[in-house]
Design a protein around this ligand. Sequence first.
Ligand code: NAD
Ligand code: DAU
Length: 353
Amino acid sequence: MNYKKTILITGGAGFIGNHVVRLFVKKYPEYRVINLDKLTYAGNLANLKDVEDEPNYVFVKADICDFEKILEIFKLYAVTDVIHLAAESHVDRSIKDPFTFAQTNVMGTLSLLQAAKEMWQDDYSSHRFYHVSTDEVYGALDFDDTLFTETTSYDPHSPYSASKAASDHFVRAFHDTYGLNVIISNCSNNYGPYQFPEKLIPLFINNIRHRKPLPVYGKGENVRDWLYVIDHARAIDVVFHKGKAGDTYNIGGFNEWKNIDLIKVMIKTVDKLLGNPEGHSLDLITFVTDRAGHDLRYAIDSRKLKNELGWEPSLQFEEGIEKTVKWYLENQDWLDNVTSGEYEKYYEKMYGK
Ligand code: NAD
Ligand code: DAU
């Protein structure tokens, strides 16, 4: 088959990546999707069972930092476009191990950019390099500050956000210096199915299910702006196809929640779905030492994306959180597999370390 585009999606076995891969594979049979993933602890091919046999889907296990391998993949598949999601993504891990974050998020992005620059020299304008980034690059807001816009100055605080900010700068540098057709989006906190249960929402749902303590950092007063992951995937589709080369788009839900309030909603929803009396799991809330450098508040102004490209979130939070809790409760095998490390052993056996 002669595909219209061959899109290299990196990090497609991770949380957001699997939703992006699924959307592109199913919505665009005229595109071939190459899912390139190293399958770190956060990557899980079980997330993509329903697309693995599609004729326009290919999985390649590789490390984005391995420049020679990336070049080989570009040549082998004649890659026409990149949507880059692969990253180390958990702030707490970045505090313990910043080197891995600099390596993957900065050097890995640079290796993809360099490969694109070498392989697409014929005509940069017909090949898009889409870099998926985060609102954390803008730093932290106070409670009464206005929202992050695309022109807010970068002010990252954690090793994770510093590494994402550095990667964003490299992406822009490849546009300004070499004329690569790049695009960046900076999104707020995602929630939904297939998120690794080290992040707040799936961790707490799983802990409530097992009657384990819910470790709330500090006083639980930090604020995050939550977006349903499939709405993020829809936004990526729109930005990839309609965004302006060299431009940045903020993606967010206009849906700010103080952690402690969100946790109470989760407890209420899990208790209801498990048939527990209201308030049953509130005693699991345990205030613990705050995260180092914990950003007080993130909140995204995504009006540019709405006004210029017509994207809006499709799901109200109440509906999204109920769907999400239901998904984790109905997919306990997935959660147990991931938390027991079984899937890691399985894929190591299949693909090597
Ligand atoms: P994730 O940790 O769930 O998945 C990351 C994926 O990247 C995994 O499949 C992993 O195996 C793969 N990967 C890691 N290192 C790699 C390497 N060296 N080579 C190839 N693959 C590698 O992350 P996520 O939450 O799905 O986030 C995806 C992207 O979106 C990241 O760039 C992140 O910064 C960004 N983002 C995430 C959120 C969020 O709320 N989760 C919000 C905004 C932006
Ligand atoms: O804003 C976008 C970012 O959102 C993404 O770039 C990151 O990849 C993603 O991990 C997420 O970062 P956060 O640090 O905001 O997400 P996390 O789920 O780790 O934490 C959400 C909030 O909950 C944060 O204020 C810290 C708090 N928290 C988290 C955990 C894991 C707790 O209070 N207890 C916990 O055990």
